[in-house]
Write a protein of this length. Structure first.
Length: 502
């Protein structure tokens, strides 16, 4: 029934169509249409998953139409295991954000829903694009609704944060476009997979790697180009913060896996020490920065940078693993751990950003300062229980989603470099320090402010969102094979084209 449908195009353009309809309706209809669209797109992920052949690395559910004949640019879509897992995550997160917005957004609700539906469609396009120019169009297209969401529904300094976000991410992408144009000149095509296996000289591969690095490092974000993220997270509405943490940060890691490593494998091998060093800085230094934050959103934002350091570490440790051990099992473990870390971080961090939004909405001046709260557990026991679960996932408690990816990356790193693994393991202490200290100050102790006395516990929409996220935390934590089964063949192909000459 579904095999003949262009599922990927539907997942991209149905949210965009829904956004256009919403802009022509009132808020009452927006609250009906937007959730309906996100539920439909999430349900369409079921045949996408069930119909996916886990035994092959080839792109599946392909669609290919000539778009611009003069330059042989195609509307070309397809998925492998990596992109499929991210598309499912995108549609799951989109539903949560839309449901939360139905209750939290009090002004221009129709425009808010439209912006996030367009953003969802563009991000699915990024993960599904097989043509480099189409990828670039979706990559830049998703910046516009995020820029609007921060600028229109953000906090007091939203204009500064939205402009800083846009400039960092847009300027970082310019060199990526130059790199794509160079690859077109060499191959005569914009088909991404035709860029793999090119016998380019090392100096040219290094230039390509650096061009991609700037675009993707800004998106992750990696130190020292991370400074836009705390501002964007702090000023964005809670839905924007969830999308930034759960999805947009993952686009940088996805870019490394789809472009940097397979297109410039020799450069990736030469510069892997740079990527490992930057990842360790994110894990250790940014973790220390998170401890001293007084704003809840900034603390969670810095923790997101630290957790993404694990994902980049897992991607680039494979070269040392193969040089030192020659063991493909640990190479698989490293990259699969990085992808699982990307997914598991979305549940824990996304849920915590939703929680900050819930607290701020109940406070008279929407304060996010830790010192303004205290004793929340006495007034909101259900919320306190849920938040504790997500805090434990953020720490990496065994049995939760946060444990699986970090454990896989640390285990594989240990076999290549003991000291790298030891430094990475400091996150177990640092994450526990800043997460649990924040939880203690907010939820326990005496009530710090008279306004907390009037707080009500979670509404049914908030309980629905948190129940779905809790299911995700336990499902990935207890049964990661759901993800690993669809990743294995695609990771194997990625390793085969990325480990040339190791």
């Amino acid at each position: 029934m579904f095999s003949s449908l262009p599922l990927l195009s539907i997942l991209i353009w149905l949210p965009v169509l829904g956004a256009m309809i919403i802009l022509m309706t009132d808020e009452k209809w927006a609250k009906r249409i937007a959730p309906a669209v996100t539920i439909i797109t999430l349900l369409l992920c079921i045949p996408l998953y069930l119909g996916f052949d886990t035994s092959t690395y080839h792109m599946q559910f392909q669609e290919n139409k000539l778009w611009i004949s003069a330059y042989q640019i195609h509307y070309s879509l397809g998925v492998d295991g990596i992109s499929l897992s991210m598309i499912i995550l995108t549609n799951f997160t989109g539903l949560l954000v839309i449901l939360a917005g139905c209750e939290a957004i009090k002004k221009r609700l129709s425009q808010y829903m439209a912006a996030f539906l367009v953003m969802q469609g563009m991000m699915v396009g990024v993960f599904a694009a097989l043509d480099a120019i189409l990828f670039y169009v979706f990559w830049e297209g998703m910046l516009i609704p995020m820029y609007l969401s921060i600028g229109m529904w953000g906090s007091a300094n939203r204009s500064y944060a939205s402009i800083k976000f846009f400039l960092y991410t847009f300027l970082g992408s310019i060199l990526m476009l130059v790199a794509l144009l160079y690859l077109y000149r060499v191959t005569g095509t914009f088909e991404i997979q035709k860029f793999y296996g090119l016998h380019l000289p090392l100096n040219m591969q290094i230039l390509l790697f650096l061009a991609f690095l700037l675009a993707f490092a800004v998106k992750v974000p990696m130190w020292p180009v991370h400074t836009w993220l705390p501002d964007a997270h702090t000023e964005a509405p809670s839905g924007g913060s969830v999308v930034l943490a759960a999805l947009m940060l993952k686009l940088g890691i996805y870019g490394f896996l789809r472009f940097s490593m397979p297109i410039a494998p020799l450069a990736a091998q030469q510069l892997d020490w740079v990527m490992i060093a930057l990842s360790l800085i994110a894990i250790v230094y940014i973790g220390l920065v998170a401890i001293v934050q007084t704003d809840m959103k900034k603390l969670i934002a810095y923790s997101s940078i630290a957790h993404m350091g694990f994902a980049t570490l897992g991607c680039f440790m494979v070269y040392d693993i193969m040089r030192d051990t020659g063991n493909y099992h640990y190479a698989y473990l490293s990259i699969e751990g990085a992808v699982v870390q990307m997914i598991s971080h979305a549940f824990g961090s996304g849920a915590m950003f939703l929680g900050v939004g819930i607290l701020a909405d109940r406070f008279y001046n929407h304060s996010r300062l830790i010192k303004d709260y205290g004793g929340i557990a006495h007034k909101m026991p259900v919320f306190a229980a849920f938040f504790m679960l997500f805090a434990m996932s953020n720490v990496g408690l065994p049995g939760t989603a946060g444990f699986v990816g970090e454990f896989m990356v640390m285990l594989s790193s240990f076999y290549a470099h003991f000291w790298v693994a030891l430094l990475a393991m400091t996150t177990l202490v640092l994450a526990a320090a800043y997460t649990l200290w924040m939880y203690k100050r907010i939820f326990f102790g005496p009530v710090a402010n008279q306004y907390v006395e009037g707080f009500r516990d979670l509404t049914w929409i908030e309980k629905t969102n948190y129940t779905l996220l809790a299911i995700g935390v336990f499902f990935v934590g207890l049964y990661p094979a759901f993800i690993l089964n669809i990743l294995h063949a695609s990771i194997g192909y990625l390793l085969s084209v990325s480990l040339v000459g190791v």
